[in-house]
Design a binder for this molecule. Structure first.
Ligand code: PLP
Length: 441
């Protein structure tokens, strides 16, 4: 019989880690083995303060009993249910709860398993919607530079991160991009929304003129760009994007995979900025990351358009694990925890403390910008000559050594703690980050 002993075959080599410098990692692994509330524990028994909510996803903190118990109960009762032509109560209950929580008439929910799948789902819904309305020429998508929409073909194509695109050739045809909204000289050290930059939305008019509105299906943007370093929308920007989309019959998709579920101090960024998109993608905090799940919320008119179509299956799209019972259980319990503990309001209430603490790092060596909104923040460092990203990566490693988990992207350290963070933990976080920045040349 083959040897199935785990220890004898367990090396670091076979796991090809995603978005990771595999060779660097495997020469000096950062391994976490347990997590509770605001902390991870490493394999050598150290506590790490979670300054990034895992990857912007563990909004209620780790190992929350209510969520764990709900998942445990569900897996015992019914592990799996087919989502095509079958239902289970959790899927309908979660959808009803989300429809109530979501702004405006974003009141129908389609499920997937990752942010990437939610994005590709939203893009496909946009195409099918226009076709259903007799506007089949609307096939073009507009994304934005420095946007991150996951790693599906659609999401990579509308995304605006060159490293994510350049290995993969042409991706989706007929995609164009708005300029990103970041301008160091105009907005360095802004607190909340930058005053400068609302006019950048007018570039959408230029793209409409270039391509003709009749070819454009949708614009997709993150209301606050997260992965490329917390780029907060300038005042007036989202309003203008919404107006231009309305003027030309273009659907507006907000990718709220990061900003959803309290991160900006409201349930969704759409609430915070008072702008209603036509579709919204969400994931991460949807289940507090306990079980993978993502979703696309669509406005009533979009859903109704499909329901007015021919009888039978209305959209030929879905996943084996859409509305997985364990994910629905985790989602319902996460929503309970968010509301019982008032975590979205808590994020808003902690906003001023967070803002003051992060901006107190101004003046430390190499810090060229600090920005924040809700419980999101970023500290940008001057790049080393000829080695972009190296300085922030060293800060990141130093944080790990000091007992702090953060995110690093380029020369930016990004922060987004679980919404249960205390004021004392905010102080602790910035003391550790400040020390790491000072220790790095
Ligand atoms: N969209 C946004 C805005 C994201 O931040 C992410 C992931 O960070 C995604 C989509 C992709 O999500 P996933 O990694 O779950 O596919």
């Amino acid at each position: 019989m083959a040897d199935t002993g785990r220890a004898s075959v367990n090396t670091l080599e076979p796991y090809w880690m995603p978005f990771t410098a595999n060779r660097q990692f495997k020469s000096a692994p950062r391994m976490v083995v347990s997590a509770k509330d605001m902390h991870y524990t490493t394999d050598d028994g150290r506590q790490l303060l979670d300054g990034s909510a895992g990857m912007w996803c563990v909004n209620a903190g780790h190992g929350r009993d209510k969520i764990v118990e709900a998942v445990r109960r569900q897996v015992t009762e019914m592990d799996y249910a087919p989502p095509f032509q079958w239902g289970h109560p959790g899927a309908f209950e979660l959808s009803s709860r989300l429809a109530t929580l979501l702004p405006g008439d974003l009141d129908h929910i389609f499920y997937a398993n990752s942010g990437s799948e939610a994005v590709d789902t939203a893009l496909k819904i946009a195409l099918a919607y226009h076709r259903q309305k007799g506007e089949a020429t609307r096939t073009r998508f507009i994304g934005r530079e420095r946007g991150y929409h996951g790693v599906g073909f659609g999401g990579t194509a509308v995304g605006g991160i060159s490293n994510n695109r350049k290995q993969f050739g042409n991706l989706l045809a007929g995609v164009d991009h708005l300029p990103h909204t970041f301008n160091l000289s105009e907005m360095a050290f802004s607190r909340g929304q930058p005053k400068w930059g609302g006019h950048l939305a007018d570039d959408l008019e230029r793209l409409v003129a270039l391509h003709d509105a009749s070819t454009i299906a949708a614009v997709i943007i993150e209301p606050v760009a997260g992965s490329t370093g917390v780029l907060v929308p300038p005042e007036g920007y989202l309003e203008r994007i919404r107006e231009i989309c309305d003027r030309h019959g273009i659907l507006l998709i907000f990718d709220e995979v990061i900003t959803g579920f309290g991160r900006v101090g409201d349930a969704f960024a759409a609430d915070h900025f008072g702008i209603l998109p036509d579709m919204m993608t969400m994931a991460k905090g949807l289940t507090n990351a306990t079980v993978p799940m993502s979703a696309v919320a669509v406005r009533k008119e979009i859903y109704d358009t499909f329901m007015d179509g021919p009888a039978g299956v209305e959209i030929f799209h879905g996943y084996t694990y859409s509305a997985h019972p364990l994910a629905c259980a985790a989602g319902l319990a996460a929503l309970d925890v968010y509301s019982e503990e008032g975590l979205f309001a808590r994020a808003a209430a902690l906003g001023p403390k967070w803002e003051g603490a992060i901006h107190a790092l101004k003046g430390l060596p190499n810090v060229i910008d600090i920005r924040n909104i809700g419980l999101m923040g970023a500290v940008e460092l001057a790049p080393r000559d000829g080695a972009p990203g190296a300085r922030a990566f060293d800060v990141y490693l130093e944080c790990f050594a000091n007992g702090l988990m953060v995110r690093q992207t380029g020369d930016i350290i990004a922060l987004s703690p679980p919404l249960i963070v205390t004021e004392a933990q905010i102080d602790e976080l910035f003391i550790m980050l400040g020390a790491a920045i000072e220790a790095t040349d």
